[in-house]
Every structure is written in C-alpha cells, then in structure tokens.
Design a protein around this ligand. Structure first.
Ligand SMILES: *Cc1c(COP(=O)(O)O)cnc(C)c1O
Length: 403
C-alpha cells in the first residue's frame, strides 16, 4: 500500500521524482484519497484544559494548537520542502520575500552588521536599505564572486549574517558557497542562502549553509497561481530561532496555497527535467546568434563560474540572461520582446509558461567592480512549450531587429 508510512517518514534512498510523488501523503489514513485534504482553521479544540497546557508547551513542533501553528496541510508541505532541501525542518510563509526577511529579523538585532551579495534579489536590497537600516542593522554589499580572502576582509566584529544567493538575480554570478561558509563560520556568523534557482539541484546543508530560503512561488508552485516561501534549517537550535521569530511576528500561509504547492510538487521533477533541457537548448541557440554578446547561464561552459556550478550543482533550472550586442539599443530590444508571440512580459518565473523580462531597470550594483553589462539584457524563463516553437518565435524576433 503506497504511503501508509507514519507521518514524517522519509523515502530515503529513492530518486527525486519518486520522493516528490510519494512524500507528504496520508495513504489510507485519509480515507484512502490520494491527496491530503485542505485543513482550514483558526481555533483548534482541545480535549481538556490540561491538554491545552501540555500541547501549548510544544508549539514549535508539528502540533496543532492554533491556526498560526499550522495544520496537516502545512505540515505535509513542510516535510516535502525539508526533503527537497535536505534539511531537518522547513517553515512555510506567505511569500518568497517573507522567507528572505524572516530569518534576517530572527538572526539580526540593532547594532549588528551583515554582508549582502551585490547580485541579491532586489526586494532584499530594499529591505536592507529600508526597514533593517531603520532598526539599526547595517549592511555591506559585496561582489558575489568574492573569494574567501575577500569576504574575510569585510567581516567586522559585529558581522552576524553572511547572506548568499547563487546564482545571483538577473546577472547569474555563481558563489563559492562552501568557501564563504567556512570563513563565516570561523567568525561565528550564520550563512543564509536564497536557493530558489537551485531548488533540489543544490543541497545547501552539504555546502555549509545554515538557513536555506526558497520562493515556492517559482517552480514548486509551477503554475503562476500561488505565492509561498519556505525557510529550511538543519538543526533544532536554528529551528527554534526561525520558528520562534515567525510566531512572534505572526507569519502564516493559507492552507489552500499549501495545497496548491503540494500539487505542484507532484510534477516538479518532470517539469524541471524538461525545463532544464529546454533552457539549455535555448541558451545555446542564443549563443550562436550574432545579435547576442553573452548568455548568462551557469550550466554553459562559457559562464565565468561554470566550474562552481559543475562542482556544487546537479542540474539547472530554466532561468537565464541574454546580453545583446551593444549596437542594439534597449528600445530596439524592448520592441523585439513586445513582438514575441509565446513569451509573456512579466515578473516571477518557474511556471509552465515562458517569460521574457528586460532587466535594465531592475539591476542595482553598489559594491564597486560589479558586473558591467555591455548591452541591453533580457532575462528569459523557458516554460513547457515545444522548444522548437520557442526558438522559432525568438528567431523571428531577432530577424525583426534593425540590421
Ligand atoms: C521571486 C523571488 C523571491 C521572492 O518570491 P515571492 O514569492 O515573489 O515573494 C525571492 N528570491 C528570489 C531569488 C526570487 O526570484
């Protein structure tokens, strides 16, 4: 009987697709229905006053005490995300950005300093320069390709967090996470990583990460219809800090959204397998085009940190950048994107549909020596359409560019 395992049991040793299919299901315990139901609720009824006290004392466990402590739908998704990330426990929050901000609020306090890669997801920069600065927490931006020595030179006695994201948003620089983590840990700082691009292809806890963040909004949801984030840890101490902070602040995710994410997970492995190959095929096709200066895709040998991707990742997703030749103006590239038939123009990624997003207004670099983009740049997300159709659409677009 499939999935008659006790709650939390792991499918150790089985392949990713098998684990995504069989994890987080109740088996015959939920009347035999294949999928877990949506459990909605605020109030949880206790059998007695005494039970209320004893259950309340275990509020950071998967124990139902009140809506904000989660319910079976949340716990099923938590277990699955912990499985994907290779950590002990995961917390689900309402958005990917909330998953970025919560651990920062949990680990940092007034007077602390933290290090932020210059290629960080834009809204994290806004948070660093806005609310966290207002709360007396100082950020220093660093070149994401900095080595161990460079990072060490930026550490201060009060540096408590080294934030990482690999590859970086929009510019796709790869970071040497194990080397940076070693330096951070020797200093007593925590290593936080936004692992949204890597999904299961990067196992953060095998590479020195303490807290791994994912926007489940992307490939886990997979259908551009749900926003969720996850924070995964690998020790009871980190769980107490992160989950404790979530309870203080009042984070919560809708069980309906968790249910959608669980549904997305069932097909994650096959979608990723297809989209990885399609993304690489389109990226390689771009590399052969005269209108293109560079393709920013870590899985291509031309990527400056391709060796790091090869060493640390088992695969790629289907998000990459294309830097066009400087002879093309941004207006020309925008017009080309406007004319594409199969590529939507929009933020986010990881859905079943392809997207193209000019990145010029989204890129800020302040660390100095940051990546200079020689021409107009577009971020592409490759969906589940036929790859030949996508390439034909792109080829027609490039043919429309002024010669
Ligand atoms: C989209 C994204 C997020 C935030 O996810 P939301 O659910 O949209 O808030 C965080 N990090 C990265 C790298 C992202 O691309």
């Amino acid at each position: 009987m499939p999935d008659n395992l006790p709650p939390g049991a792991k499918h150790d040793g089985e392949g990713f697709a098998t684990r995504m299919s069989h994890g987080g299901r109740a088996g015959t315990r939920a009347h035999g229905f294949v999928n877990p139901p949506v459990h909605r609720g605020s109030t949880v009824l206790y059998p007695s006053c005494e039970a209320r006290v004893s259950l309340g004392a275990r509020s950071l466990e998967q124990v139902m005490t009140y809506g904000t402590a989660g319910g079976p739908t949340h716990y099923a998704l938590e277990d699955m995300v912990a499985e994907i990330e290779g950590g002990t426990r995961a917390l689900i929050v309402g958005t990917g950005l909330a998953a970025c901000s919560l651990p920062l609020m949990a680990y940092l306090k007034a007077g602390d300093h933290w290090l932020v890669p210059d290629s960080v997801y834009g809204p994290v920069r806004r948070l660093a320069n806005g609310m966290l600065t207002r709360f007396g927490i100082e950020a220093t931006y660093y070149d994401p390709t900095i080595g161990a020595e460079g990072l060490r030179a930026l550490l201060r006695p009060n540096t408590k967090v080294v934030y990482t994201e690999s590859p970086g948003s929009h510019t796709f620089e790869m970071q040497d996470i194990p080397a940076l983590a070693e330096v951070a840990h020797a200093h007593g700082a925590k290593v936080l990583m936004d692992n949204t691009w890597g999904i299961h292809h990067f196992q953060p806890f095998r590479h020195g990460v303490d807290v791994s963040i994912q926007a489940l909004t992307k490939y886990v949801g997979g259908h551009s219809d749900v926003l969720l984030g996850s924070i995964t840890v690998n020790s009871p101490e980190d769980w107490a800090i992160v989950a404790g902070a979530a309870r203080e602040v009042g984070h919560y995710a809708s069980p309906d959204d968790c249910w959608l994410a669980l549904r997305g997970l069932r097909t994650l492995a096959v979608r990723l397998r297809h989209q990885e190959a399609a993304g690489i095929a389109v990226a390689k096709w771009f590399e052969g085009r005269p209108e293109v200066s560079r393709v920013l895709h870590p899985a291509l040998p031309s990527h400056p940190q391709h060796a790091l991707w090869k060493r640390d990742f088992t695969g790629a997703c289907s998000l990459f950048g294309v830097v066009f030749q400087p002879r093309h103006t941004a207006a020309q590239i925008n017009a080309m994107v406007d004319g594409l038939k199969l590529f939507g123009i929009g933020a986010s990624w990881g859905g079943y549909e392809s997207l193209a997003l000019p990145t010029q207004p989204s890129i800020t670099r302040t660390a100095g020596g940051g990546m200079a983009l020689e021409g107009p740049t577009v971020r592409f997300h490759i969906g589940l359409e036929d790859t030949d159709d996508l390439i034909a659409d792109l080829a027609a677009g490039l043919e429309r560019l002024p010669r």
